[in-house]
Design a protein around this ligand. Sequence first.
Ligand code: FES
Length: 121
Amino acid sequence: MSDKMTVYICTVCRQKDEPEVRPGQQLVERLEARLTPQDREIIAVETVECLGVCTRPCTLAMAAPGKWTIVLGDFDAEKDVEDLVQSLHLYAASENGRVPKKDRPEAFRRGGVSRTPPPPK
Ligand code: FES
C-alpha cells in the first residue's frame, strides 16, 4: 500500500545551452499528461520557483509526511518521464523515503542531490 506523496518540480530553471527554455515546465506538462487517475491517488504534483539546484535542471523534490525528502536534478524533460513515474512510485511505496540504489531507475541514480530526514515530531 502506497502513501500519498508530493513531487515538487522547479519550473524556472533555464537550460544552459538555450536559456529561453524552461525545461522544468516541460517536465511538469509531460508528467501531468502521463499520470493516470490511479497514480494521482498517491502522487500530487506541485510547481515551485527554485529548489536551490539551479545548475542541474530539471530539478525536483520528493516529499511525504514522516519520510526523508529527496532532491534530484538532471532530469531530461523528454527522456526521463517514465523514470520519474517509476521513481515516484518507489518513493511512495518506501517505508521512510529511502529507496535502495539497486532499485532506482537510471535518472534517479544519476540525479542525486541531497536527502533530508523528516522533521521531528
Ligand atoms: S531555478 Fe530551478 S532550482 Fe533554482
